[in-house]
Write a protein that binds this ligand. Structure first.
Ligand SMILES: Cc1cc2nc3c(=O)[nH]c(=O)nc-3n(C[C@H](O)[C@H](O)[C@H](O)COP(=O)(O)OP(=O)(O)OC[C@H]3O[C@@H](n4cnc5c(N)ncnc54)[C@H](O)[C@@H]3O)c2cc1C
Length: 408
């Protein structure tokens, strides 16, 4: 295991993985994926949660891949982490979504905006697997526009008290702590500015419920939760008061890159499955892979893979450059833009690739018993969560036209 007992602050270079450590992580992810596949298959077909997603991640030390080594993470760069999420997502979008909740939108805002004390309290425990994290921005009446949220906070003695409901939260019913966004109780006008909190979920004032009415991603947790006079430590505001919207938007750059990377994994697995099946399955006296229209599906899946791969690499490089230059607004804006492009492209490319893979599998394609259909129904949500297709396009267009053309 890669964890440390003391939290001395070594240099940035010492926080990063060496080439040998990166190679070890790649091998660990491969071992995780091989071990989880048969378990995931059973849980998926039974439409049941798969506890091994988290347990095996803990076993293989995968719960803080890009987190600095000083906090017990593996210290890999954004591109390596993106590749690892793609590999994990070949096992299912639900499997990868757990990692996005834990690391890309859970640990990431704590790393970027947390105090030293918050980082020391939450990052090593979450890297060790003793603290599952989630990100709670969406509410029943506030999705694409989080500023329409109604969750509230107030100060009371040495505590913050939170009230309200968060909806459609990945890892929401298994999390030990959630990054929650809320407005000051009773505030209006200019005072109504969102703040971020690290909310420990213990106690009966925090009630979570897993949501089961979903077509796919059966094995991972999507939940809603309600906070009713929920007290948290007065040390648990994340970042400055009123800075919640900025923290949420910055975190979504990390989250969207994780979604795009996962979609690449969907495409890769669809391609693998199609190449195998097209050689095995015979119709009209020859393998279906010798029929030109089947080859067209395969060629389209490959071009989806190659383009998504290139866009994700470019986005990961931009995010890494932004992470390396905290406070550089231009670099962050560039990362935000190219990550939105990658997310929009990769999620639509994965949807097309899975649809074509279903077609290549014929009647067997329309069945949860085979991987293409599982990918198809799982990956559809990637065009919705962490910013819809529409919001990604609005972002791109307004970046090109200028702020005064922003459609929202
Ligand atoms: C499985 C799953 C997991 C999720 N995990 C998380 C999580 O971990 N944390 C979290 O905070 N949230 C999470 N979400 C929520 C997700 O991010 C939201 O569902 C998403 O942002 C869209 O919000 P909404 O569902 O309220 O749709 P709405 O915002 O109501 O949008 C409905 C439709 O209107 C369109 N629309 C809205 N505004 C505009 C506009 N200005 N211009 C053009 N079109 C517009 C949308 O694009 C969409 O097509 C998850 C959702 C799902 C399904």
């Amino acid at each position: 295991m890669n964890h440390v007992d003391t939290l001395a602050a070594p240099s940035a270079a010492a926080d990063r993985a060496t080439p040998e450590e990166t190679a070890k992580l790649i091998a660990d992810v491969e071992a995780y994926c091989e071990e989880i596949r048969p378990l995931e298959e059973i849980c998926y077909l039974e439409h049941e949660p798969n506890p091994a997603i988290r347990d095996l991640a803990k076993k293989h030390d995968l719960l803080g891949m890009p987190i600095p080594k000083r906090y017990g993470g593996r210290g890999v760069d954004s591109w390596t982490y993106a590749r690892m999420l793609a590999r994990i997502n070949r096992e299912g979008t639900g499997v990868r979504t757990f990692f996005s909740g834990q690391t890309s939108i859970g640990q990431y805002p704590i790393l970027k905006y947390g105090t030293d004390e918050q980082k020391d309290r939450y990052l090593p425990a979450s890297c060790r697997g003793d603290c599952t994290l989630a990100f709670g921005l969406t509410e029943p009446d506030a999705g694409s526009n989080p500023l329409e949220g109604t969750c509230t906070w107030r100060r009371e003695g040495d505590k913050f008290i939170l009230n309200g409901v968060k909806y459609l939260i990945s890892n929401g019913s298994i999390a030990d702590a959630v990054i929650v966004f809320a407005f000051p109780e009773g505030s209006t006008g200019a005072d109504r500015r969102m703040s971020a909190f690290i909310v420990d979920t213990e106690g009966d004032t925090f009630e979570a419920e897993a949501l089961h009415a979903k077509p796919g991603m059966y094995t991972s947790d999507t939940a809603m939760f309600e906070m009713t006079e929920h007290p948290i430590s007065g040390d648990n505001m994340l970042g400055d008061e009123g800075n919640g919207f900025r923290i949420a938007m910055h975190t979504l750059v990390s989250g969207r890159l994780s979604v795009a990377s996962g979609c690449l994994g969907t495409i890769e697995d669809c391609l693998t499955e199609c190449l195998r099946y097209a050689k095995e399955r015979e119709q009209h006296g020859k393998p279906i892979g010798k029929h030109q229209l089947v080859q067209q599906h395969i060629a389209r899946i490959e071009i989806m893979r190659a383009t998504a791969d290139a866009m994700i690499e470019r986005a990961a490089i931009a995010k890494e450059a932004s992470d390396d230059a905290p406070g550089d607004k231009e670099k962050l804006a560039h990362a935000d833009y190219v990550v939105a492009q990658a997310k929009y492209w990769a999620s639509n490319a994965a949807w097309e690739a899975a649809d074509r893979a279903v077609q290549v599998f014929g009647g067997r394609g329309w069945s949860e018993l085979y991987r293409p259909f599982r990918h198809l129904q799982d990956v559809r949500v990637c065009r919705i969560y962490e910013g819809t297709d529409e919001i990604m396009q609005l972002k791109m267009a307004s970046a090109l036209l200028g702020k005064e053309y922003a459609a929202f």
